[in-house]
Design a protein. Structure first.
Length: 224
């Protein structure tokens, strides 16, 4: 099985290179990529870039050039205070891009167009690691505290990121199997975000999250 792991944000990719200092990297139009053997499985790691534009373009590039049987996206996300805890790993079942504003028509229709459901039927219901299954919402911005009530009321959301919605939509269009695992690094609530203005905290927690995700990943791959 050919598996390609997309790492989106620069901070996440930096941690990957710290975790695996002997990576021999190659260059793509979107970022570096490298081969890695993880628990006897051969993977290709690909730095896809942050935000929806880079995420969509790099996902299509990976599908076209590497033709993976399984595309994996590992990364971080921000959680909604009181709805989820830091350190939680989210197994993404659905994605939704919420920062679409349509003033000539219906925003809900546009949002639905870019929503995706992931085929996770190959995974057992009971997983060996504590996992939170569910929806992850995406936007090209960090979480705004004033958006949280709407995201909860409309979508029952608990966390958000920048890239998952774009990657899931591209994978669906290409009929490519996709696994998204995101770890919560920080919480945002009515008082703002605990990592806003504290980039060092985000970097420290990103390292913890990414190490945890790479420790969990072989279990998921062995279920394939």
């Amino acid at each position: 099985m050919k598996t390609v792991v997309i790492i989106s944000a620069n901070a996440e990719w930096r941690v990957v290179k710290e975790l695996f200092p002997n990576l021999e990297t190659n260059q793509s139009p979107y970022g570096e990529f490298s081969d890695l053997t993880l628990d006897t499985r051969h993977l290709t790691l690909f730095h896809g870039g942050w935000g929806k534009i880079s995420a969509a373009a790099s996902a299509q590039y990976v599908i076209d050039h590497f033709k993976p049987d399984l595309l994996v996206n590992l990364g971080t996300c921000g959680g909604f205070a009181g709805r989820i805890e830091t350190g939680t790993t989210i197994l993404v079942e659905q994605t939704l891009v919420y920062d679409i504003l349509e003033q000539m028509g219906d925003s809900a229709e546009a949002i639905e167009h870019y929503a995706s459901s992931l085929d996770l039927g190959w995974l057992p219901h009971n997983l060996p690691h504590p996992i939170s299954r569910g929806l992850l919402v995406s936007a090209d911005r960090d979480i705004l505290a004033e958006d949280i009530p709407m995201l909860i009321d409309k979508y029952d959301a608990v966390a958000a990121d920048w890239e998952s919605g774009a990657i899931a939509w591209v994978a669906k269009k290409n009929d490519t199997r996709l696994l998204i695992l995101r770890g919560v690094t920080d919480l945002v609530g009515g008082d703002g975000g605990e990592a806003y203005g504290n980039l060092q905290l985000f970097h420290e927690r990103t390292k913890v999250v990414m190490e945890k995700l790479f420790n969990q990943l072989p279990v998921f791959l062995n279920l394939k």
